[in-house]
Design a binder for this molecule. Structure first.
Ligand SMILES: Nc1ncnc2c1ncn2[C@@H]1O[C@H](COP(=O)(O)OP(=O)(O)O)[C@@H](O)[C@H]1O
Ligand SMILES: O=P(O)(O)OC[C@H](O)CO
Length: 493
């Protein structure tokens, strides 16, 4: 009887379950969209019970669709949107407040206060992170402050906290296992990246009781078995943050290997192996994964608006009908006609970190057409990526030999060729687009012996597209220079 791995990819917009076979082929996919709530400007929340219900739903659906029986599932791997935080009652399992999503700014005031108190450097040194409401600590603080009696109840051990890996593991094991893997814990701002334990000073600073926090564990091990859903005790064998999972799924196992996911935004991660590199260029340091106690660290940079800029062409400017049309329109002109689009609609992320900056279009002339703007918008994804790569190169001292890519916008061949030209580096698109789920599947499979080791996994990587640099140096430098001038201009506007 053939065996499969089930990966659960609990993302911001949807929850998916995907079945993989031992050659990394996708056998079946089930997906359920999630509702986001925006109770105030800048706030983003989700219902953790919906997240749980969507998870159970896709697990059953993917089995039903494929005709594969539960006895054929060798293990379940869980990967998740990171930082999103929920606090629940230990006895009843009922969340005391909505899950606060990573994008939410509702806990900004705590971070601003600590910045004013000059605590930023200390926090960065201990956690590798920037003092920002993106990470979990201020979200937990917000819940404990805004739900009546929550702080006292947490102190009495009546409440539990979790990111989505923890929440799903706790629910799947019927409250038996309260754990989080190091990759997720490294995004809470409560874990010390040197010791890989919760940091007493940080717990005191945020006034968060240790007893509500999950035990920090490896990213690949059998944590427990699914209870109450299936007749078979299926082991749950990986927990890993989604961006780190994609790095693993892309088999970026060597020092200096980098992946970029071109989704709504871009997430770039560089594997730095056992080196903890503190960035001087606005990148964050966190854990990639830990297997049998051995840790791989990463440097990470995020671009806020990437594929979202293509959505803006479609829904805002209405100059394309769908995202894929952007490629044909962009290649219908010879170049961008001197146009630069800086799509900093929600500020600029790494390496600039200018949250207040607005977007702009430069270089307009009487001859500018829609196609030039479309092309310049696609090019902006490549420039923003190149800015983060430059920061990674400088921080790590490691050369970039190739960039591995995935995500919705990586389907765009024009974008990837331009990316290769601007970086002067080969860009490789993975054949399997679901690298996040694949990474979680690999980590789960390794834990139960479905795959032998990382070498075996590395051999399974399949290239879906390869782009080599073609642009001459003079043109490349001129274009990069134009982009930098455009970015400088939005910063002073
Ligand atoms: N062919 C394409 N060219 C450019 N952008 C694209 C293309 N296909 C999809 N996109 C963009 O990719 C994004 C969706 O990618 P996806 O990986 O599903 O994102 P997320 O996981 O962030 O929801 C959208 O913003 C969309 O505009
Ligand atoms: O759910 P995604 O794919 O948008 O990823 C979210 C990130 O993990 C946030 O840090």
């Amino acid at each position: 009887m053939d065996q499969y791995i089930m990966a659960i990819d609990q993302g911001t917009t949807s929850t998916r379950a995907i079945l993989f076979d031992s050659e990394s082929n996708i056998i079946s996919v089930a997906q359920k969209e999630l509702e986001n709530f925006y109770p105030h400007p800048g706030w983003v929340e989700q219902n953790a019970n919906d997240i749980w219900a969507s998870t159970v739903g896709v697990m059953f659906e993917v089995l039903a669709k494929s005709g594969i029986r539960e006895q054929q599932i060798a293990a379940i791997g869980i990967t998740n949107q990171r930082e999103t935080s929920v606090v629940w009652d230990k006895e009843t399992g009922i969340p005391i407040y909505f899950a606060i999503v990573w994008q939410s700014r509702q806990s900004d005031a705590y971070c601003e206060k600590f910045k004013d108190e000059g605590l930023e450097d200390m926090i960065k040194e201990k956690t590798g992170l920037l003092l920002d409401p993106y990470f979990s600590a201020s979200k937990i603080r917000w819940i404990l402050d805004h739900v009546e009696g929550a702080q006292q109840r947490a102190e009495k051990g009546e409440l539990l906290f979790g990111t989505m890996d923890t929440w799903l593991l706790w629910k799947l094991t019927k409250g038996e296992k309260h754990m989080s893997d190091v990759s997720n814990a490294s995004r809470t701002m409560l874990m010390n990246i040197h010791t890989l334990e919760y940091d007493e000073d940080l717990l005191k600073l945020w006034n968060i009781p240790r007893c509500m926090l999950p035990q920090i564990v490896d990213s690949s091990m059998v944590y427990g078995v699914c209870k109450g859903l299936f007749d078979t005790p299926i082991p749950i064998a990986s927990l890993v943050g989604d961006q780190q999972a994609a790095l693993f799924g892309q088999t970026c196992f060597d020092a200096g290997s980098v992946k970029n996911t071109y989704g709504t935004g871009c997430f770039l991660l560089m594997n730095t192996k056992d080196r903890i590199i503190h960035s001087s260029h606005g990148l964050v340091t966190c854990v990639g994964w830990r297997i049998h106690g051995e840790v791989d660290y990463v440097l990470e940079g995020s671009v806020f608006v990437a594929g979202a800029a293509i959505q803006w062409l479609r829904d805002g400017l209405k100059i394309i009908q769908n995202s894929s049309e952007s490629e044909q329109r962009a290649t219908s002109v010879q170049d961008c006609g001197g146009v630069y689009v800086v799509p900093s609609f929600t500020g600029l992320g790494a390496p600039y970190w200018k949250p207040q900056v607005k977007g702009a279009i430069f270089g307009l002339s009487r001859g500018t057409s829609q196609e030039h703007i479309i092309r310049a918008t696609l090019e902006s994804l490549a420039y923003q990526t190149a800015d983060v790569i430059e920061a990674m190169r400088e921080d790590s001292g490691l050369p970039l030999t190739r960039l591995q890519v995935d995500g919705g916008a990586s389907r765009n061949n024009f974008l990837l060729q331009f990316q290769s030209d601007i970086l002067h580096t080969q860009v490789v698109r993975s054949l399997i687009s679901e690298t996040t789920a694949l990474g979680a599947a690999y980590l789960a499979g390794l834990a139960v012996g479905y795959w032998k080791d990382q070498d075996e996994i590395r051999k399974q990587f399949q290239i879906g597209g390869k782009f080599d640099p073609q642009m001459d140096e003079v043109s490349r430098n001129a274009r990069i220079c134009g982009w930098k001038r455009a970015v400088s201009a939005v910063m002073i506007f």
